[in-house]
Each structure stands twice: as structure tokens, then as C-alpha cells.
Design a protein around this ligand. Structure first.
Ligand SMILES: Cc1cc2nc3c(=O)[nH]c(=O)nc-3n(C[C@H](O)[C@H](O)[C@H](O)COP(=O)(O)OP(=O)(O)OC[C@H]3O[C@@H](n4cnc5c(N)ncnc54)[C@H](O)[C@@H]3O)c2cc1C
Length: 483
């Protein structure tokens, strides 16, 4: 009798190393079949930029699997239908996957577990996405953490809740019949690439989707940049962050691998501990966001702070469009929004400034911004995006108090002091002296003329007055703060 195959269902865990589901399936001794389902259903179906990254990540995973003698089957449709049909087709008796923590992912997991077990198939699910699962880090009272600092302290005290798998994968793969290959052909086999890309054109060469690229990014960052992370991470002009976010979002590297690699370098005395721990605290923000999305299942639509339910957001599509296009007249906001559109990524400090400008100066609902980021970020992540937007808007757990409204000009002067970041993404302001680059409307006609700028022709005047709109935001907040 032939040994029935085991199905490994890949999700946002597109890697071979430290992949608990894949390694457990290999240990079962059954020949493996690997599946990825392109599921466009649910609130967190991949947006445009993520689909671009996903294409390249799937190509990389296919390459790695084929080097091991396997293959990756890619199918389109709702996972809740495709997975059981495929299990049936290949005659699998066991299925392995790594868990998801967003509401749609959890519902799919639950549904599939019941359906497959009901059909006599054994289901094995694992933690492949987090250092500690959301229910594993609790307060002394047995509740989940709503505030980051004690959460981070607990994470440091408790450490990872599973051991990293460092052994090489030792698996055998089932030979698949030709009719099972449903991955299409050509350069865009799954229809994930945009047909007329006007973004990603400036994607940095150093940014390589896939597991190999992820580990190279980590190695490069630890070797050359981590020591200055503590002091320079807020500087968009210096590019001193790890840029690991899309790799993490697609599970090309696990946060546990990052945690262990950084701790090993600290122990060896190769890197500065304080700076490295600041970096790991950002990885912990990711964990905290997963903790929030797991416990606040409607985080994408409902403010965590109930008093924000009736916040008087303004509906203004014209201003929203200006924001998305980087045409607000506030250079740091526009530079960020153009970086996002052109490269699929934006520096964290600028994300905060741009999000604050939308939700406070324009008084536009954070859910609009969340959707735009979801579609345009290559690192779009259900947990980090929703939690961060609520954080900036003031409605989130442990959020910045609403009344602490960023002044984008002072933020810009502080974090992009020479205007290098602004000049990179807004070439029409390139010739403006440093003194005016953050607020061109303050420059005299003579200075603007010399820099070849005509406000509202070559570059917009601010679409709102920063002082007036700040006060309007505070007034709006006053109407809900005690409700
Ligand atoms: C409005 C807004 C929306 C955001 N949306 C996303 C998103 O969709 N996906 C996403 O991965 N991050 C999101 N972030 C968080 C953060 O901006 C990015 O993780 C970071 O800029 C990625 O760059 P990096 O990898 O160089 O970060 P580094 O500074 O090198 O940090 C290392 C890793 O830590 C994690 N991390 C860092 N900061 C945060 C944070 N504030 N919250 C959660 N995780 C964090 C990321 O996984 C990141 O790759 C958002 C932040 C804001 C303010």
C-alpha cells in the first residue's frame, strides 16, 4: 500500500527554515504536497502592492522547494473550499499549516479544522508567525495586555514560547500528476503583477523578496546598521531601519529567527545592546499588534476606545485624494505619500506624520487611511496596519493621546533636517534653501522665484491651515472625549 501524502498548506509563512508546519509534516514521514491558495475573499485579501511582493515571494519559494525535490501548487479561490477539495483529490490523510490571527484567518482555520476532521483527516496547526502567541502573554490577573510597555517587559522576561527549528529540512515529496499543476504559465502566472505598473519602478535593488533576501536583509542590517538604530531610526533621510517589514509580513523570515540572531550577536559582544534592544522592541510592537487583533476582532472597523464611535469625521473625497497623491502642500507628508506610491513602502516616522495629518488636520476617518495603506504597502499587515492607524488616530490601545497633534513642519525640521528626504521625493522643491524646504509657503516670492517654484502651479499651497485645523481637531475631540 502506498503511503498517503501529507498536505502542507502555505500561507503567510513563505519560507523553508524555521517553518513549524513544514518541518512537522516532514517528520511525519509522509510524502509532502505543498499548496498555496490565492484567496481573494475576506477583509484582508492582499492589496495591489502586496500582490506584487507575493508574486516574487511565491517564485522564490517555488525555487527553494524545487531545489529540494518538491513543488508548490498554487490555486485560486476561497481556502475553505479549495483546501478540502485538494485534500480529497490527492488523498491526503494529514494536513499541516501555521496559524493566522486575524479574524478571517481564524474563522477559516476553525472551519477547516472541523470540516477536515469530520472527513477523517488529521489537522496539525502551529505558531509560525510570532515569538509568543497572543494567549501566551498574560498579565498577573490573567488578562491580555492593553499597554505596550508592560507587554514588552513580559516578553523580555518570558522569552520565546517555542524553540527555533535550526535543523535542515529532511523531507520527501510526492510526485504530482501533471493535471495537478494549476499554476498557469508565463511571466504573470497567477495574475498578481499589475498590468501597467507605475509604482515599484523604484524598488531598491537591495530589496529581494523571498527567504534568501530576508536573511540577507537581516545580516546586512545587523552587520552595518543596528548600532545606530537607537539614535537614527526616526530619520527618513538616513535609511537606518531594517526594511524587514515585507519579509516579515509574508513570513519569509520568522520573528523568532530575528530575535535569536540579534540576541546571539549581543551575547557575542558584537553589537551595542541598547540599540539592539530598541530594535527588538519594535519587533515586539508587531507582536503587540497581533495581540490586539486577536483580542479585538473588529479592530479594522471599530475604534478600540468606545468614545470614538461617534467622532465627527469629515467626508471629503477631494482632500483625501490630494493626500493619497502627495499633493497636500505639506512637503514631509507629500514626500511620504509619494515614497509610498512609488516604492510600496514608507518610513515609520513619516507614516505617523502622514496618518496624523489625515486624521487630525484633515479630520478624515482613519479607516480611509488604513484602506489606502493596505492597498499600497508591500508590507501591508492586518495586525500592524490596523493597530497603528488606531494608535495614530487616538482610538487605539495605548494610543497617543488625541490632543498630542503632530506639527508636520516641526517634525520635518527635526527628522529630515537638511530636507534630503523631501528633495528625493519632491524634485520640484529641490532648489529651495534648507530653511524653507519644510514650509515653502513661508518663503518670499524672490526666494521661490530663484528656486523656480510657483505655489499652486509647480507645487501646491497647503490644503489646510495647520493652526486652524489643529484647533478644529481639538474641538472635534472635545465633543467625544467624555462620552
Ligand atoms: C499608520 C501606520 C501604518 C502601518 N502599517 C504597517 C503595516 O501594514 N505593516 C507593517 O509591517 N508595519 C506597519 N507599520 C509599522 C511600521 O511603520 C513598519 O513596520 C516599519 O516602518 C517597517 O520598516 P522596517 O522594517 O525598516 O522597520 P524597523 O524599524 O527595522 O523595525 C523592524 C520590524 O519591527 C516591526 N515594527 C516596527 N515598527 C512597528 C510598529 N510601529 N508596529 C508594528 N510593528 C512594527 C516591523 O515588522 C518591522 O519590520 C505602520 C505604522 C503606521 C504609523
Amino acid at each position: 500500500m502506498t503511503n498517503p501524502p501529507a498536505l502542507v498548506w502555505f500561507r503567510r509563512d513563505l519560507r523553508i527554515k524555521d517553518n513549524p508546519a513544514l518541518h512537522a509534516a516532514a517528520r511525519s514521514g509522509a510524502p509532502l504536497v505543498c499548496l498555496f491558495v490565492l484567496d481573494n475573499t475576506g477583509a484582508f485579501a492582499a492589496g495591489g502592492a502586496s500582490r506584487w511582493w507575493l508574486h516574487h515571494s511565491l517564485v522564490a519559494l517555488q525555487k527553494s522547494l524545487s531545489a529540494l525535490g518538491g513543488t508548490l501548487v498554487v490555486m485560486h479561490g476561497p481556502a475553505s473550499k479549495i483546501v478540502p477539495q485538494f485534500v480529497d483529490k490527492i488523498g491526503a490523510k494529514t494536513v499541516f499549516w501555521n496559524r493566522r490571527y486575524d479574524p478571517d484567518g481564524i474563522e477559516t482555520d476553525r472551519y477547516l479544522k472541523t470540516a477536515l476532521q469530520g472527513a477523517g483527516v488529521s489537522v496539525n496547526s502551529f505558531n509560525g508567525a510570532l515569538i509568543r502567541e497572543p494567549w501566551e502573554t498574560e498579565t498577573g490577573a490573567g488578562a491580555f495586555y492593553r499597554v505596550f510597555t508592560p507587554f514588552w517587559r513580559a516578553m523580555q522576561r518570558l522569552g520565546p514560547s517555542r524553540a527555533e527549528i535550526t535543523a535542515e529540512l529532511d523531507a520527501s515529496f510526492k510526485d504530482l500528476a501533471k493535471d495537478i499543476h494549476t499554476q498557469g504559465t508565463g511571466s504573470n502566472p497567477w495574475g498578481l503583477l499589475p498590468t501597467a505598473p507605475n509604482w515599484a519602478a523604484e524598488f531598491p535593488d537591495s530589496w529581494v523578496p523571498g527567504e534568501i533576501g530576508a536573511h540577507k536583509a537581516l545580516r546586512d542590517f545587523v552587520a552595518s546598521t543596528i548600532d545606530t538604530y537607537d539614535t537614527d531610526r526616526n530619520r527618513p533621510d538616513l535609511e537606518r531601519t531594517s526594511r524587514l517589514s515585507p519579509h516579515l509580513a509574508f513570513g519569509e523570515i520568522s520573528p523568532l529567527q530575528i530575535w535569536n540572531a540579534v540576541h546571539a550577536q549581543i551575547s557575542a559582544g558584537n553589537i551595542i545592546e541598547k540599540s539592539a534592544m530598541t530594535f527588538l522592541s519594535e519587533i515586539a510592537w508587531r507582536e503587540f499588534s497581533y495581540n490586539l487583533i486577536y483580542h479585538y476582532t473588529d479592530i479594522q472597523t471599530t475604534p478600540i476606545k468606545p468614545n470614538f464611535a461617534n467622532f465627527p469625521w469629515r467626508d471629503d473625497d477631494h482632500l483625501f485624494q490630494r493626500w493619497t497623491k502627495g499633493q497636500t502642500g505639506i512637503p514631509i507628508v507629500d514626500a511620504g505619500m509619494r515614497q509610498l506610491w512609488r516604492t510600496g513602502w514608507m518610513h515609520n516616522r513619516v507614516r505617523m506624520i502622514a496618518a496624523s495629518f489625515l486624521t487630525k488636520n484633515l479630520l478624515i476617518d482613519w479607516r480611509e487611511g488604513e484602506r489606502w495603506f493596505w492597498d499600497t504597502l508591500v508590507d501591508a499587515d492586518a495586525a500592524s496596519n490596523t493597530a497603528s492607524w488606531q494608535w495614530v488616530a487616538g482610538s487605539g490601545a495605548d494610543a497617543a493621546p488625541y490632543f498630542r497633534i503632530f506639527n508636520p513642519v516641526t517634525q520635518s525640521e527635526k527628522f529630515d533636517p537638511t530636507g534630503a528626504y523631501i528633495r528625493k521625493y519632491i524634485p520640484e522643491l529641490r532648489e529651495l534653501p534648507d530653511k524653507y524646504i519644510h514650509a515653502p509657503w513661508k518663503a518670499s516670492h524672490a526666494i521661490l522665484d530663484e528656486a523656480h517654484i510657483t505655489l499652486d502651479q509647480t507645487y501646491p499651497k497647503p490644503i489646510v491651515d495647520l493652526q486652524t485645523s489643529r484647533q478644529r481637531a481639538l474641538d472635534a475631540y472635545a465633543t467625544v472625549k467624555s462620552s
